[in-house]
Design a protein around this ligand. Structure first.
Ligand SMILES: [Zn+2]
Ligand SMILES: [Zn+2]
Length: 415
């Protein structure tokens, strides 16, 4: 929409590089991209509230179905064992792994549930024209769950388990599995169709403000939760739209990210060296590390699956650690080297880490299903705890790193 320079527009600061820019209204189904780092700033997604509400209602119905019935049934020589969605955290808990059980339950059941319920609590009132008093905290909760809800990774874990079990027993999917897959689709779709700026504008529209003159940029601060740009000193440290704590940059970003990377690097060694599970078949046990699991898959000729597990479990965590070390060092050294590409690298690191959870989900599923007494059992082993820790700690490390520091250090953020 054309506007003369005299009519001020709302201002928005890019979340990834902090470039301040004006925010013209968009045509339907278009998006505004930061010209400096390439991040999406905001988008017009049509009737975002009605569409995402419908998708979250469908997700809730499918979530209830997915939890109510058996998920996967395994048969072996006349014996059969059914697992519900909750069975795998329960089995991990019973076998002395409460930490892994809690993480699996949180990523697969609790975080998706909280995301669906917080979204519904905001979108349902807004759709009928009521602004709920809990809009801001519910939006914060919904945003926080985005990183932790991993239904799509779990579905892949189920498929990997299915292939691994094929040699051992007959497995078949039950109704809850199909409901869970459908919920994964509706949730992913809802996430893609959602435009948070539309909801935040219902709380308080972004006020138009003239672009700051020379030397005035430093007085403005952008809320990292809702995107409102305001005077740094006027908010008493809190965003006046959503109440979130205001920080120019994530506090102590580099030190926290470096400490978490170091911890994850330490955990990475036992995660790969120790067995993650013990497969007992007719009395003889065989301990499986991540790598030996990959080799077994290759021996059975499952090359695509072997590559998938190798990539997700061995390569991704290592690549993530190497990339974060590179980003931290480059900022510390005030590097001016390709800030746009380094920001893209950070977005990749942020997005890819969750896929490393596949093997932890596989261990949980196999442990809950393969319990056939003297015939065959699968027990979780210590490597799984370290592996789970690597995934969780690297996600926290990526969260701690503030990509805007790349641009600060390159000298690009002086007014
Ligand atoms: Zn940017
Ligand atoms: Zn805010």
């Amino acid at each position: 929409m054309p506007s003369s320079p005299s009519t001020p527009l709302p201002l928005i600061a890019c979340f990834h590089c902090d470039l301040l820019q004006s925010m013209p209204a968009l045509a339907e189904n278009t998006r505004a991209v930061c010209p400096r780092c390439g991040s999406v700033l905001y988008a017009d997604k049509g009737a975002t509230i009605q569409r995402t509400l419908a998708l979250y209602i469908a997700s809730l119905a499918l979530f209830i179905l997915a939890n109510a019935f058996p998920f996967l049934t395994l048969s072996m020589q006349g014996l059969s064992q059914s697992g519900h969605l909750i069975s795998s955290p329960i089995a991990l808990w019973q076998r002395g792994m409460p930490e892994v059980a809690a993480v699996v339950a949180f990523f697969v059941i609790i975080a998706p549930a909280v995301r669906i319920l917080s979204a519904l609590s905001v979108l349902a009132p807004l759709a009928v024209g009521v602004r709920p008093p809990w809009l801001a905290p519910a939006m914060h909760l919904m945003h926080a769950m985005k990183e932790w809800a991993m239904p799509e990774v779990f579905v892949l874990g189920v498929l990997v388990s299915y292939v691994k079990l094929a040699g051992l027993a007959t497995a078949h999917f039950d109704v809850s599995f199909y409901a869970f897959v459908a919920m994964t689709v509706t949730l992913t779709w809802a996430q893609a169709a959602f435009e948070p700026h539309v909801v935040w504008d219902r709380l308080m529209p972004m006020p138009p403000r003239p672009a700051p003159g020379p030397g005035q940029r430093g007085r403005l601060i952008s809320c990292h939760a809702c995107g409102l740009v305001g005077e740094a000193d006027a908010g008493h440290g809190r965003c006046r739209r959503c109440g979130a704590a205001l920080h120019r940059r994530k506090p102590d970003s580099l030190n926290r990210a470096a400490a978490l990377v170091a911890a994850a690097a330490v955990f990475y060694i036992p995660a790969n060296a120790l067995p993650v599970m013990n497969i007992v078949f007719l009395g003889s046990g065989e301990a499986d590390t991540i790598l030996s699991g990959v080799i077994t898959l290759i021996e059975y000729g499952d090359w695509p699956l072997a590559l998938l597990i190798f990539f997700a479990s061995v390569t991704v965590p290592l690549a993530k650690l190497v990339c974060l070390v590179f980003l931290i060092i480059s900022v510390k050294r005030h590097s001016r080297y390709r800030p746009r590409q380094r920001t893209q690298l950070f977005r990749f690191v942020e997005g890819v880490g969750r896929w490393s959870m596949i093997d932890v989900f596989v261990v949980g599923l196999l442990v809950s299903l393969v319990q056939f007494g003297t015939l065959s059992t699968i027990e979780p082993k210590g490597g799984a705890i370290f592996f789970c820790a690597v995934v969780v700690v690297t996600i926290f490390a990526a969260m701690a790193f503030d990509p805007r520091l790349i641009w600060d250090a390159a000298g690009e953020n002086h007014d």
